[in-house]
Design a protein around this ligand. Structure first.
Ligand SMILES: [Zn+2]
Length: 415
């Protein structure tokens, strides 16, 4: 038996529209660049208050709204509807909710979920928009809607984070700094705020972890910034602070470089030292054969920069000690050597380390906690940043990072 469907019935079926909603009109323009579908609430079916679910008399119809829906054969489809309003004795005049609502405003829930899936698959907003047939501003709005919704879901159902990391990140053209809070537990970005002051850091940390879960945090890795230490102390007074290994090594690298520059200024500086900057800074294992041969010759020279390099190299064994206690013991041997070298840049760094020794040695407390663990999403942040080529404002930067690196319960089809 063959069942004949009208065009309206066909579209109702396609869109999953059921009673009391009816498709009353379908229009496709001659160029087939869009399909418009009009939906109405059946006039003979009583209205129901969207708050309490009781039958309520009709009041009027709200102005026509249009929602973008998923394409049909690559042709964009738009749903039109004047949603009825009812007058509930208890809740007053209320607008009915259409079954395709619940997505980003102006988009059906089906389109919104699909758009989020496409946006997640590409770090470039403009290519996602091109695939979806929407403009850049609409893409931004969809992403922001998804992040806001997911943050609300996260707030309602927060997860425990034992180890955190806090770091500064340049954004825009590299002139402005933001503070970013990671979870080492879930390898995700929890919050991003503008600025890198103690106030900014406190705001980022408190937004990242709701108050009832703050006691669960045991360790926070960071750089030498006193602003971050102060904020961490204020928000997580019981957590151990860890000065990140990467930042400590970078500081020693700077001291070696400064010593090299001072050596270069001496009248007896050997010409072989010219253009050797990177040799002193690179990791030994990253040098090629030619570089190794050159470095072997340089390190044999009796120059302050050679001594500075040895002191820097020796600090790596601080991290290779079997325990925190052993690391502390090793530190004093190293400190003694570093300060006896009589090289000002090194003495400065050694003193900074001495001042932060407890926080440096806490590296061992958590089995080698370092922000380098966050390397995976750091490169992801970098790719989000480079493709977006500078963000118009900080809010967009934050939404982009939380969207791609936040591991949030985003409103996709499966959630
Ligand atoms: Zn009601």
């Amino acid at each position: 038996m063959q069942v004949e469907h009208s065009l309206e019935e066909h579209y109702a079926h396609l869109l999953g529209i059921k009673a009391p909603w009816l498709v009353t009109r379908v229009e496709a323009n001659p160029e087939l660049s869009r399909i418009d579908v009009w939906v109405e609430h059946a006039p003979d079916v009583a209205l129901v208050c969207p708050i309490c679910g009781t039958t309520a008399p009709g009041y009027d119809q709200s102005p026509e709204r249009i929602w973008r829906h998923l394409d049909v054969c690559r042709i964009p489809l738009f749903v039109h509807c004047r949603l009825p309003r009812c007058q509930c004795p208890e809740h007053g005049v209320r607008r009915l909710r259409a079954p395709w609502e619940g997505g980003c405003p102006h988009f059906t829930v089906g389109f919104s979920q699909f758009a989020i899936e496409v946006l997640l698959e590409t770090t470039s907003l403009s290519s996602a928009c091109r695939l979806l047939g929407i403009n850049w501003g609409q893409g931004l709005r969809l992403r922001e809607w998804a992040v806001r919704l997911a943050l609300k879901r996260r707030e309602e159902n927060p997860s425990k984070h034992v180890l955190l990391g806090i770091d500064e990140k340049a954004f825009g053209k590299g002139l402005d700094f933001g503070t970013i809070v990671y979870s080492h537990t879930t390898c995700s970005v929890l919050e991003v705020v503008p600025g890198r002051s103690a106030e900014a850091a406190a705001q980022a940390l408190s937004r990242a972890i709701p108050e009832p879960l703050r006691d669960e945090v045991q360790g926070i890795s960071m750089d030498f910034s006193t602003a971050y230490a102060k904020a961490a102390n204020e928000i997580f007074p019981h957590a151990h602070q860890v000065v990140d290994r990467f930042h400590a090594t970078a500081l020693l690298g700077k001291a070696v470089d400064e010593t090299r520059r001072q050596t270069m200024m001496r009248s007896d500086c050997p010409p072989t030292l010219k253009n050797s900057r990177l040799l002193w800074l690179k990791n030994l294992q990253n040098l090629n054969e030619e570089e190794i041969a050159r470095f072997d010759q340089l390190i044999e020279l009796d120059l302050p920069v050679c001594e500075a390099w040895h002191v820097k190299y020796a600090f790596r064994f601080f991290y290779e000690q079997p325990s925190r206690t052993e690391a502390m013991k090793y530190f004093w041997v190293w400190f003694d050597w570093a300060t006896r070298a009589r090289l000002k840049p090194l003495i400065r760094v050694a003193k900074t380390f001495w001042y932060n020794i407890v926080r440096l040695a806490n590296y061992h407390r958590f089995g080698g906690l370092t922000n380098a663990r966050a390397e995976g999403f750091n490169s992801k942040i970098q790719s989000v940043k480079s493709i977006a080529r500078g963000f118009r404002n900080f809010a967009n930067y934050r939404f982009a990072i939380l969207f791609h690196c936040g591991r949030l319960p985003l409103p996709t089809h499966s959630l």
